[in-house]
Design a protein around this ligand. Structure first.
Ligand SMILES: [Zn+2]
Length: 507
């Protein structure tokens, strides 16, 4: 994710439990989690999802709940009397487990399913939930569906996929996805992955898409709108497709056509593009952020049409989201405390691209980051030990400490181990952990193996310490003392919501 300037440091999403229509189960149900330090109730223990089949029916009115069927194929990793799913913003009509009706109840953000008989460890299970998916946010909780001028898009990061569909909503459980959208004939639906077919029956059309690589729930994308899909080829004939409001197609083409070159540029840095397709989804909406949804990154259209942004800046943001396809999507975080690996790398390639294409030197940007780093650590925690999100503002884990503050850690690492070892580390990292999840400890181990050095002291100081260590090779770089005003700016007590903020101003 990248918060664009007007809300880059201040943004809010979430927090609330939302009503689920309930059928009482025999005993009280408890919400469970996988023990994420930042989001304790996210995800669920005892099973591993292999695939999701999501089916949405859209009425043509983006304030009305969609009808939906979510089918989850999973394998149990423990004996289970109940299966907890994350789901918190829709009405559940029925649940079946392996074709048999099952009892269900809400508990916090969980939908707790009780099958007729308990499930032994290591068994395959199919859970089918008929439900609604409500695109209108609860008062105190954004995220999930994004209502656009002509339909809907999706923005689930970090913990909002379960506002859209029942799931195991944690990036440590990636799965394959099939998405079907039925919409009135004058709409176009696009989801992550490749198209599997389009079927028109009367006044409605059903569009089907399927991923070719596993994906975290937070990275799912579904666009429904009066859209045009623009096709072109990337490196080695990689199919690219952008999804744009039909009326803006010509206006956006000068930006869209930059993608093949940007993919080639990233490939020279870290190796082959990791997925089956890529493209930009240009949403006519005021989100205040861009998001690296897998194979189809979400952008606010205004980023490209407002004349105030320098060309190099817009291009570097395109590269930020593109680089997430390697860092964050193909290699996704084991826990949300590993977020610095996503955002630090995306910021790194964003800055490197701006250096190579527009002469905005990485060193100058890192020197500025160094001077602010102690402030960022005080406000948001050290890069790999971020502070918990504020209640009601869970997006506030997306703080400067995990953007430029984390890119600064990568810069220090490159200074420490040298450019050849650093560049090799980047390539091996995305190769060895592709289609998987990885942790900060995995990154540390690989850096040590490739450099042949004990880096435990280096990482302890740079990733976990309250104060920023001295920058190798730049003894003259100094942190500036925390200033009360700057502090307030970095961590506002009451953050405006994305899309409801004042006009963009650069910070
Ligand atoms: Zn990002």
């Amino acid at each position: 994710m990248l918060l664009t300037p007007r809300v880059r440091l201040k943004s809010a999403l979430l927090a609330s439990a939302v009503s689920v229509c309930l059928v009482a189960a025999s005993a009280p149900a408890d919400p469970l989690g996988v023990g994420d330090r930042l989001f304790p109730y996210l995800g669920n223990p005892g099973y591993d999802v292999a695939s999701y089949d999501l089916s949405f029916t859209y009425s043509g009115v983006n304030s009305e709940p969609l009808r939906a069927v979510t089918t989850i194929d999973a394998r149990t990793t423990a004996a289970l009397d109940r299966i907890n799913l994350d789901f918190a913003h829709g009405k559940v009509d029925s649940v079946q487990v392996d074709g048999q009706p099952a009892a269900f109840a809400g508990a916090g953000d969980d939908l707790v399913v009780t099958p007729r008989s308990s499930l032994p460890r290591g068994s395959r299970v199919r859970i089918t939930v008929r439900h609604t998916s409500d695109p209108v946010s609860a008062d105190d909780r954004d995220g999930g569906w994004v209502r656009t001028a002509d339909g809907l898009a999706m923005a689930n990061q970090a913990d909002a996929a379960h506002l859209v569909f029942p799931c195991n909503d944690h990036p440590s459980d990636k799965a394959m996805f099939t998405v079907r959208v039925t919409a009135p004939n004058d709409y176009t639906a696009v989801a992550g992955g490749l198209p599997e077919g389009v079927e028109r029956v009367g006044a409605a059309t059903t569009w089907t898409y399927r991923t070719r690589h596993p994906m975290a729930t937070e990275l799912a994308q579904v666009s429904i709108g009066r859209s045009t899909v623009v096709h072109r080829k990337g490196p080695r004939a990689l199919p690219l497709r952008d999804v744009v409001p039909t009326k803006d197609r010509e206006l956006l083409e000068p930006w869209l056509k930059k993608t093949p070159e940007q993919i080639s540029w990233m490939e020279t840095k870290v190796g082959p593009y990791p997925f089956e397709t890529y493209g930009l989804l240009m949403a006519d909406a005021s989100t205040g952020f861009e998001l690296e949804t897998q194979t189809l990154s979400l952008f606010e259209k205004d980023l490209f049409t407002e004349p105030g942004y320098p060309k190099w800046y817009v291009e570097s943001i395109m590269v930020h989201e593109l680089s997430h396809q390697w860092f964050g999507d193909s290699v996704s975080p084991r826990s949300w405390s590993d977020l610095w690996l996503n955002e630090g790398h995306a910021t790194w390639y964003e800055a490197l691209y701006a250096q190579e294409q527009a002469g905005r030197t990485l060193e100058a940007r890192m020197k500025v980051a160094y001077s602010a780093s102690d402030r960022w650590r005080a406000a948001g925690g050290p890069p790999a030990l971020p502070k918990a999100p504020h209640p009601g503002q869970k997006i506030s884990i997306f703080r400067p400490n995990v953007y430029d503050g984390a890119a600064l850690v990568l810069y220090a690492l490159r200074q420490e181990i040298g450019r050849p070892a650093f560049e090799r580390l980047e390539r091996v990292w995305v190769h060895d952990h592709r289609d998987s999840t990885a942790s900060t400890a995995d990154f540390e181990r690989l850096a040590e193996r490739i450099s042949g050095r004990d880096l435990s002291g280096f990482f302890k100081a740079w990733l976990y310490a309250e104060k920023t260590p001295a920058m190798p090779g730049h003894p003259d770089w100094k942190p500036t003392a925390p200033a009360a005003r700057a502090e307030h700016k970095a961590e506002p007590k009451t953050a405006p919501r994305p899309g409801r903020t004042a006009p963009r101003a650069s910070e």
